[in-house]
Design a protein around this ligand. Structure first.
Ligand code: HEM
Length: 535
């Protein structure tokens, strides 16, 4: 048994796979009493009855009865891997985060996931993929909880339960939505046209990745970076796979889901086991921290918008290599707990209203999922930096805290000062009077320019795939009114796209023309067919 990070020393062992099970040469009870027989219950005579006094029988069955924990409310299906991140030092001018300094190596754990399916669902469904990274830095844990699509369905977290309810199985039959879309999903996205951009990416080849190893990752929100001299910039995070971006075609995906529902999970584990370690370059797009937090007319607080790479190139700042499979799926991949609020000095959040809700949601849900607030003590969640908090007790507490005064300042335990040098300090930002409703700038209401930009950037083959995907998915929608409403949405993106999907569905082509927001900068209006590539 190694040093315990939660005893009086406060020093972490740094081993996320540390095991306290399976010590010694003999099978024992949970309390260490050796067991000569685990195959037969204690009976009064060879034909029974079985006796209640058989503690091992009761312990074994009781523990089994409670083996399952709730699956994640979203992103329940996933696969994880350990790795290492090496900073290039190129971000040092804009952030003081220690793990981004030149040649600093930081252990990481990454979990990839689908969003809507349950734990046992198939991998190659058409869906967004999660790309969550836990950096065990010397300054505490930094979690980048991103997706493989750079935008999100909604602009305000208060809509998150709604969009997920619309995408999850219908409550009557519990038939999953992820593989073939149904009425509630298309009802939602056709009524909430801010979802059009994310939905376009889902209907493109990005919605059916070939492999987790061949996906981009995006932090989606704009973050604020803080330099050593206190200067700030706004930034978006990107992961670029060294293996390139590749997708399945829909027919392949359907076959794969039947033949090998674990396709992505197997692919990741096999590649790592074979020593073909997947790699991603970490990069940032950097923008001035201007008072209006826009860049070239794009609102940086609107998570339904990207900033084209022609306008703000992605600058490489580090390399991620996944080089070890989890030893135990439950202990690591299932119990890992990411949180957008796990930040380190040099990285701060912005006022993106979607991010604000996430800052609340993750810890809240994990208290249910992982049975109380002490899951940070699980090996996979432990920071590799010393922990000295004043959080005490509660369920599953494994630390043996010492001292009598878990408050600061105190005059009994030699209490340390409130503010350690080099500590995490939120950047002060101006706030305005509270208001509910559409207080965001007008560009929040522009739901079609960027889906159109995305559509126009596609090659003819990619466009054909998008048309086929919309046609296939909408053909599963029972309510004709929903199909027609979605066709009207497509007419506002591009007439050809709309016409082709309408033809495929055998429905009349609705009137309509593309809606393009008219205030963007001259630079943005230059961004055309070349942007972006999907590989
Ligand atoms: C889980 C990404 C928006 C609530 C996750 C996971 C990812 C992710 C990658 C899986 C983490 C893992 O592998 O364990 C995102 C992204 C979002 C977004 C990129 C938008 C930019 C939201 C919003 C909410 C939310 C708006 C709620 C207001 C949750 C919850 C979980 C989750 C409850 C389950 C966490 C757990 O049980 O550990 N999200 N999410 N997400 N997300 Fe999000």
């Amino acid at each position: 048994r190694g040093p315990d990070p939660f005893t009086a020393t406060g020093q972490p062992s740094g081993d996320t796979t540390e095991t306290r099970a399976q010590g010694g040469a003999y099978l024992t009870t949970a309390t260490g009493t050796r067991l000569p027989d685990t195959d037969h219950s204690l009976k009064a005579g060879p034909r029974g009855p079985v006796l209640l006094r058989d503690h091992h029988l009761r312990e074994k069955i009781t523990h089994f009865d409670h083996e399952r924990i709730p699956e994640r409310v979203v992103h329940a299906r996933g696969a994880g891997a350990h790795g290492v991140f090496r900073g290039y030092g190129s971000a040092a001018k804009v952030t003081k985060a220690a793990f981004l300094a030149k040649d600093v190596e930081t252990p990481v754990f990454v979990r990839f996931s689908t969003v809507l399916g349950s734990r046992g669902s198939a991998d190659a469904v058409r869906d967004t993929r999660g790309f969550a990274t836990k950096f065990y830095t010397s300054e505490g844990v930094f979690d980048l909880v991103g997706n493989n699509i750079p935008v999100f369905f909604i602009q305000d977290a208060i809509k998150f339960p709604d969009v997920i309810h619309a995408g999850k199985p219908h409550p009557d039959r519990e038939i999953p939505q992820a593989q073939s879309a149904h009425d509630t999903f298309w009802d939602f996205v056709s009524l909430h046209t801010e979802a059009t951009h994310h939905t376009m990416w889902n209907m493109s080849d990005r919605g059916i990745p070939r492999s987790y190893r061949m996906m981009e990752g995006f932090g989606v929100h704009t973050f604020r970076l803080v330099a050593a001299d206190g200067g700030t910039v706004l930034a978006k995070f990107h992961w670029k796979p060294k293996a390139g971006v590749h997708s399945l075609v829909w027919e392949e995906a359907q076959i794969v889901n039947g033949v090998d529902p674990d396709f992505h999970r197997r692919d990741l584990a096999d590649a790592i086991e074979a020593g073909a370690y997947p790699e991603w370059e970490f990069g940032i797009q950097v923008f001035p921290d201007s008072p209006d937090q826009t860049f070239e007319g794009i609102d940086l607080l609107d998570p339904t918008k990207i900033v084209p790479e022609e306008l703000a190139p992605v600058q490489p700042i580090g390399l991620l290599t996944l080089n070890a499979n989890p030893a135990n799926f439950f202990a690591e991949t299932e119990q890992v707990a990411f949180h957008v609020g796990h930040l380190v000095p040099g990285i701060d959040v912005t006022d993106d209203p979607l991010l604000a809700g996430r800052l609340f949601s993750y810890l809240d849900t994990q208290i249910t999922r992982l049975g109380g607030p002490n899951f940070v003590q699980l090996p996979i969640n432990r920071p590799h930096a010393p922990v000295n908090d004043m959080l005490r007790d509660s369920m599953h507490q494994t630390a043996v805290h010492t001292g009598v005064a878990p408050y600061r300042p105190n005059s009994l335990d030699g209490g340390c000062p409130f503010q350690a040098p080099g500590g995490y300090v939120e950047v002060p930002v101006p706030v305005e009077a509270a208001a509910r409703g559409r207080t965001a700038p007008a560009s929040y209401a522009d739901h079609f320019s960027q889906p159109r930009l995305f559509w126009l950037s596609m090659s003819p083959v990619e466009q054909a795939h998008i048309i086929a995907a919309y046609t296939f998915e909408l053909s599963k929608v029972f309510e004709q009114a929903i199909r027609e409403r979605q066709l009207q949405v497509l007419a506002r993106v591009d007439p050809y796209l709309c016409e082709q999907v309408a033809l495929g569905l055998g429905l009349p082509v609705p009137e309509g023309k593309p809606e393009v927001y008219v205030e963007p900068s001259p630079a943005l209006s230059q961004v055309g067919r070349q942007w972006p590539t999907t590989g």
